[in-house]
Design a protein around this ligand. Structure first.
Ligand SMILES: [Cu+2]
Length: 336
């Protein structure tokens, strides 16, 4: 269901004008922090044995996707929310554009009333003011109409809240994002339970790979596109937050707690985000890079990491924690 506006070019441009100021504060546009002195090599070193496994794995069948300029990342001088690549993001962006129109119409109407009052009812133009103190009709109108406007906004707003917390379907692939001070770990309980350790690239290395500085990472969170993903978040030390603006996804990663909701990425691509909970000295240096691949390419990537393909688990190698969904549930001590 769309709210008022469409997402065509005219609406987007027209809508963005009155929003320009407000959006200056939008977190999706805030990218710049000072370049770090050095890549967090100590964090790499601290990464446990699980990381070593990914280093050893043959990476032949996987080459990191080149990001598309302006897709899944902030752009210089951008004034709108980032283009969206998930159904929830589309809905939210439609609501955003609709609300901008509602605000624009109300603001223009109030401005018009001001101008009328200033011109027609100033001391010179109207020396003998009216003594009117009540008008039942107008009082009913200015109570009922705003109430109806708010009601009209509430319906899609609450729909959006509900969409944002939809539970993933039972057969969704589970990916677990674990926040560490200060990097991300991604584990794949449905694919053999390996873990990827993801650190930010230095500005030089990012430039060499043609990726946005301070958003590029060495090992991305690779997921399949076009299918629902059960994305779980937790943390090993303090509260972090897993946030990717172009996927309309943000979920706190809390130590000792497992949060989850559905992530659905419409098409393959590289989508960048950042930790969005102030988590310490290097909070600004733990970016997120999500690489969405077609399912067959995703499976190839899984095999390259030494993982197993979900559904082809009839003869599981690791029998200890083979049951994926249950195995992921009691993740009380993710640091282990
Ligand atoms: Cu963090």
């Amino acid at each position: 269901m769309k709210f008022l506006g469409s997402r065509n070019g005219f609406h987007r441009i027209a809508a963005s004008l009155p929003m320009a100021l407000a959006l200056m504060l939008s977190p999706s546009l805030v990218q710049a922090q000072d370049a770090p002195a050095a890549a967090p090599t100590e964090a790499v070193a601290a990464a446990t044995d699980e990381a070593a496994a990914t280093d050893v794995a043959p990476a032949g069948s996987y080459t990191p996707m080149k990001p598309t300029e302006g897709k899944g990342m902030p752009v210089p001088g951008g004034i709108d929310v980032q283009p969206q690549y998930s159904p929830t993001g589309d809905f939210a962006h439609g609501l955003h554009v609709g609300l901008v129109w509602v605000m624009a119409v109300i603001s223009a109407f109030v401005l018009l009333l001001f101008v009328i009052v200033i011109v027609r009812f100033n001391k010179r133009a109207n020396p003998v003011p009216s003594k009117t103190s009540h008008n039942t009709l107008i009082e009913v109108v200015w109570t009922v109409v705003p109430a109806l406007i708010l009601l009209g906004i509430a319906v899609p707003s609450i729909t959006l809240i509900a969409k944002q917390y939809e539970s993933p379907p039972e057969d969704a692939i589970t990916v677990k994002a674990i926040g560490y001070q200060w990097y991300w770990g991604y584990s794949y309980p449905d694919n053999g339970d390996f873990e990827i350790v993801s650190n930010m690239l230095s500005p030089e290395e990012a430039e060499k790979r043609g990726e946005p500085s301070q958003l590029a990472v060495d090992n991305r969170m690779v997921v399949p596109a076009g299918v629902p993903i059960r994305l779980q978040t937790t943390a090993a030390d303090v509260i972090h937050s897993f946030a990717v603006p172009s996927l309309w996804f943000k979920l706190d990663a809390v130590p000792g707690r497992l949060n989850e909701k559905v992530l659905f990425i419409k098409e393959p691509g590289v989508y960048y985000g950042q930790c969005s909970e102030l988590c310490g000295a290097r909070h600004g240096y733990m970016p997120i890079a999500v690489e969405a691949l077609p399912m067959d390419k995703y499976n190839e990537w899984v095999l390259a990491q030494g993982g197993t393909i979900k559904g082809a688990e009839a003869a599981p190698v690791a029998d200890a924690a083979a049951a994926p969904a249950e195995g992921a549930e009691p993740a009380a001590a993710p640091a282990a």
